[in-house]
Each structure stands twice: as structure tokens, then as C-alpha cells.
Design a protein around this ligand. Structure first.
Ligand code: G6P
Ligand code: ZN
Length: 579
């Protein structure tokens, strides 16, 4: 594999530097290429597209053209990625263009590896002006698959829209790439290499992040749990970036058995899987956790390490519940929250389980559009500590990205705390016990999401048009099956910190009993249109909490399919993924 090949390459520094150690900047003429529209998740395309001449170089140069000099000249920037195919080549290009534009220092993860949350953490800790993340998140990797690049700001948060818009604008008029005439960096060799005014330093991608985790969680508490003979944990790194973090954290620091890590070697093609931790794509883990002799806690993370999935023995914690349960238990189980969280927030389609926790704990609560970026302002303003999305993202204000390993450590802390006085042999409080207890006190928000991937744009857009038309004709009090409509709208959000308004964030039918039906188009798909349908129903009756979510939600799902005329518009009989 490429990573070990790189390790054995000879180490060459200063090969083309001048006698004073400085380097020449070469101006490479270029022309705009189409299709470099950038979102806040960066630019995502097939690898083959990025391999076209100057495709990546144009975008990187356009980025520097969009920043003001004080945002990068003589400053430090971080560079890391999820280990996917093309990262190594891309890293060399990025380093040379950074040097060519007058960046002072690039801190790059060894072998180009650094998880998205770790990049956010390193930017903050080392007071860098920003960082590049080479990843297409949970999308497949390899020569035939996806690649992506994203730029984060000095707070550790993805660059705001006005910057990504500017990058796109600049890609349309670009004529020159400034590239430093320096040799390829040996990415396997830790330490700095200096070229006059420019330094590239290869850093351990794990240590800063581990230190942060040690400051947030009580590692001794988790260690005690792991030392029990009656507790078993399993982590599926899905051959993605958390493979680099799992052993140092779970095994070396916390004492878990090395066998607890599944698919722990980062591979350029993620072992030809979708590195997406959900019930469909994390099949290895799901099979283990639902087998007879299942471990007590199972978890997985995605390509770049920001998503998470939590499982108990024969039990799936839906992400909407996960954030609510972490929030409810944070103060007692996690030292970072010992004074209580400052506020809680979720994305609009995420279930209302978290709302009930905020209400009970009397905490400020925010409902934001889909997209982690909306949490950042609230965190910077000191209004938000714990947040999550139904899309397997959970995190806190320790960084400005969602954080897969953080979520796993949060759950391990909760289980460890609940069992800290349990003698060996005494029955342990399990993940499902914690969940059921939570439902008993707050009610259970049954939740499910149906994804219809790679639909025709026309059909998907027509369906949304039809739904917009329906909400404009709807009236509160109307009967929908057994539910009474409270309101129907297309979600819009006014940022309470900067007053920015975003509209058309998803069509929702909200009923008086707390049930909701929501439709939106995914903003992250790489082919065709992905329609998402979210179904939620609050069940206060404890005797019904053991129902399977699909069974409990069946009438509401049927209602949603008929309101939207899903089949008529998309031609789809069934969804491609159900979570
Ligand atoms: C990324 C973003 C999340 C978002 C998710 C799903 O992971 O960081 O904030 O919730 O994608 O977005 P989508 O538009 O595909 O539903
Ligand atoms: Zn991701």
C-alpha cells in the first residue's frame, strides 16, 4: 500500500533550494476550468477530475487569491487528510503552492493523515490561521471514486460561504499559479524542513488530539471500565482515518484489547467500502453487535473521522437520541462539562429528543439548518456546548467540527460512570438500559430517515415544488391521517449571533402531537439528487417504547409517502438507505 511505500522513500531536503536556503517561485500560466463551485464542505469530485492538469492547483491558487495577505503570509497552515487515494500527490501540490504564495509554515500530518476533528483541534491549539482537509468524508475512495478538499479558518471551522463563493469566483478568472520550486516533502519523516522563509513540518497527527481528549474526559474512569472482564468494546475504523487514532487512544491510553479494533488500517480505497458508519455500510460491525455473543459497546466512524455510530448489545442508538443522551449525562460523566453545558443545539431534521433535555435542564436551545457550520457561531458566542445531527454527527465546542471519537468517548464515559461502583460479576448498566431509562423520563422520539439516492434532478425538484405548493395551501388544524397539523413551512433560520438569514432549508409538516414529516434534498451527494425524508413521532407511553422504529412509524411513513407522491415523482418504490 501507498502509505508504507512512502515510508521507505529516501529523505530529500533542500534539493533545489539556493545557498541561503531560500527557493524560487515559478509562475505557471493556467486557464479556468469548469465546475469548481465550492460549498462549505469544500470541493468534491471524482479523483479523475482532480487529476486533470492544474485542476487542484487552480483551486488552491484561487483560494489564496480569495484570502487577504494577513490570513496566510508568513502564517502557519495545517494540512491533513483521511488517507484516501490521491492525498499524497495532492499534499505535495498544496505544499508547493502554499510556499509559492508566501505561507510561512505548513504543519502536515505524517503520511498526509489527519482526521477532520484533529485538523480542527491542531489549528486551534497551534494558533494556525487555517488548514486544508483532503477528504470526501464518507464517500468511497480509490482511483475510480471521490476526492475532496476543504479549507478551515483559524477557529478550526470550515471557511464561511462568502469565502467559498469568492474562491469559486476566482476559479473563473484564474491565469497564474504560483508554485515554489522545492522538492517533494518526505511525509513519513517527522520534523521540520526549512527552505529559507518557508518551513514544512511533518507532525504526529494523533498527539495533539489525544491530549485534547485527555483534557475533556476522565481517562481513568474509562480505563477502569475497560479493565473489567465482563465488559467488551469494539470499534470499526472502516479502513479510514480513525484507524490511525483508535490504537493510540483505545488500546495504548485506555487499555482496551488490541483485538477490539476492526478494519483498523487506513487504506486508500477504504477496503472498497463506503466509509460511512450507518446500519447499511458498517455491516461488519452491525453483524457483530447483533450476534448472540455481542460486545457491550460497538462504535464506528467515517472516512475522515467526524461521524459516529453507537451501538449497544443488540441495540442501535439513533444519532438523534445519542446527542440527547450525551447531553443528559454530560455533567456527571464528563469532566469538561462539570459546570453543566452552556446550551444545546440540533439541526432541524434531527429529532426533538434533545429539545426535551434542554427544557428539563433549563438550557438555551437552538434549532439550526442542516450543516455543522451553523453551530460554530453559537459556540464562539459561548451559547452552545453540545450539539448533534441525525446524520451521525455529534460534538461539542472543544473544536469546530463534529467529532467521531469524541462521541465514542462520551458514550464510554457514560457507561463507565454508570458502572463505576459495580462489582465484578454484578450486572452492568448497558447502552440499552441508559437509552430506555432516558425514554422513560423524556418519552421516546421514534425517528427514521429514508434516503432516495441518485434520483433524476427533474423528478426530485418537481416533488419539492409539489410539496411547496402543498404547504402554501395547508392550514393549521387540518387532519392528516390521525394527526392534526400545527403548521407546515419551508424552514428558514436567522442566526442569533450575526443575524444572517438562510431560507429553503427543508419542508416540514409539524403536527400538534409532536410528530413531524420533513423533506429536503441532500447537499452532499456526488451523483444525481438525493431525496431525504425524515419521520419522527413522540411516544410518551413507556409500554410502546420497545417497538421497532419502522413498526411504530409505519402509519406516518405511509402518510409522508402519499403527501409527497414520492413514487410518482422519483419513480422509486423503496429508499436506497434507511436509518
Ligand atoms: C455533512 C455535514 C453535516 C450534514 C451532513 C448531511 O456531514 O457536515 O452537517 O448534516 O453532511 O448533509 P446532507 O445535506 O447530505 O443531508
Ligand atoms: Zn465525514
Amino acid at each position: 500500500n501507498r502509505i508504507s511505500l512512502m515510508r521507505s522513500m529516501p529523505f530529500v531536503a533542500r534539493a533545489s533550494s539556493n545557498s541561503d536556503g531560500d527557493f524560487k517561485v515559478v509562475s505557471i500560466p493556467t486557464k479556468p476550468v469548469e465546475g469548481q463551485k465550492t460549498g462549505t464542505s469544500g470541493l468534491r469530485k471524482k479523483v479523475k477530475v482532480f487529476q486533470e492538469e492544474n485542476y487542484l492547483a487552480n483551486w488552491i491558487q484561487a483560494l489564496f487569491n480569495s484570502l487577504s495577505p494577513e490570513e496566510y503570509k508568513n502564517c502557519a497552515l495545517v494540512l491533513g487528510g483521511d488517507g484516501r487515494y490521491f492525498n499524497i500527490e495532492a499534499a505535495q501540490i498544496i505544499i508547493k503552492i502554499a510556499a509559492g504564495n508566501g505561507v510561512g509554515k505548513i504543519l502536515v500530518g505524517r503520511d498526509g493523515i489527519m482526521s477532520t476533528p484533529a485538523v480542527s483541534a491542531v489549528i486551534r491549539k497551534r494558533e494556525a490561521k487555517g488548514g486544508f482537509i483532503m477528504s470526501a468524508s464518507h464517500n468511497p475512495g480509490g482511483p475510480e471514486n471521490d476526492w475532496g478538499i476543504k479549507f478551515n479558518y483559524s477557529s478550526g471551522q470550515p471557511a464561511p460561504e462568502y469565502i467559498t463563493d469568492k474562491i469559486y469566483e476566482n476559479t473563473l478568472s484564474i491565469s497564474e499559479i504560483k508554485m515554489a520550486n522545492i522538492p517533494d516533502t518526505n511525509l513519513s519523516q517527522l520534523g521540520p524542513v526549512e527552505y529559507g522563509s518557508f518551513t514544512v513540518e511533518v507532525i504526529d497527527p494523533v498527539s495533539d488530539y489525544v491530549e485534547l481528549m485527555e483534557n475533556i474526559f476522565d481517562f481513568n474512569l474509562i480505563k477502569t471500565l475497560f479493565s473489567r472482564s465482563d465488559f467488551r468494546f469494539i470499534f470499526d475504523a472502516m479502513h479510514a482515518v480513525t484507524g490511525a487514532y483508535a490504537k493510540p487512544i483505545f488500546v495504548d491510553k485506555l487499555g482496551a484489547d488490541v483485538g477490539c479494533i476492526l478494519n483498523g488500517v487506513p487504506l486508500q480505497d477504504f477496503g472498497q467500502n463506503h466509509p460511512d458508519p450507518n446500519l447499511t455500510y458498517a455491516k461488519d460491525l452491525v453483524d457483530i453487535m447483533f450476534a448472540e455473543n455481542a460486545p457491550d459497546v460497538g462504535a464506528a466512524s467515517d472516512g475522515d473521522g467526524d461521524r459516529n455510530m453507537i451501538l449497544g448489545k443488540h441495540f442501535f442508538v439513533t444519532p438523534s437520541d445519542s446527542v440527547a443522551m450525551i447531553a443528559a449525562n454530560a455533567q456527571e460523566a464528563i469532566p469538561y462539562f462539570q459546570n453543566g453545558p452552556k446550551g444545546l443545539a440540533r439541526s432541524m431534521p434531527t429529532s426533538g429528543a434533545l429539545d426535551r433535555v434542554a427544557e428539563k435542564l433549563n438550557l438555551p436551545f437552538f434549532e439550526v439548518p442542516t450543516g455543522w457550520k451553523y453551530f460554530g457561531n453559537l459556540m464562539d458566542a459561548g451559547k452552545l456546548s453540545i450539539c448533534g445531527e441525525e446524520s451521525f454527527g455529534t460534538g461539542s465546542d472543544h473544536i469546530r467540527e463534529k467529532d467521531g471519537i469524541w462521541a465514542v468517548l462520551a458514550w464510554l464515559s457514560i457507561i463507565a460512570y454508570r458502572n463505576k461502583d459495580k462489582k465484578e460479576g454484578e450486572k452492568l448498566v448497558s447502552v440499552s438500559d441508559v437509552a430506555k431509562e432516558h425514554w422513560e423520563s423524556y418519552g421516546r422520539n421514534f425517528f427514521s430517515r429514508y434516503d432516495y439516492e441518485e434520483c433524476e434532478f427533474e423528478g426530485a425538484n418537481n416533488m419539492l415544488k409539489h410539496l411547496r405548493d402543498s404547504i402554501s395551501k395547508s392550514t393549521p388544524g387540518e387532519q392528516y391521517g390521525s394527526h392534526i397539523l400545527q403548521f407546515a413551512d419551508d424552514f428558514s433560520y436567522t442566526d442569533p449571533v450575526d443575524g444572517c438569514v438562510v431560507t429553503n432549508q427543508g419542508i416540514r409538516f409539524v403536527f400538534t402531537d409532536g410528530s413531524r414529516i420533513i423533506f429536503r434534498l441532500s447537499g452532499t451527494g456526488s451523483a444525481g439528487a438525493t431525496v431525504r425524508m425524515y419521520i419522527e413521532q413522540l411516544e410518551p407511553d413507556v409500554s410502546k417504547h420497545d417497538l421497532d422504529a419502522q413498526t411504530a412509524l409505519k402509519p406516518l411513513i405511509d402518510l409522508a409517502l402519499s403527501i409527497s407522491k414520492m413514487k410518482e415523482f422519483t419513480g422509486r418504490e423503496t429508499p436506497t438507505v434507511i436509518t
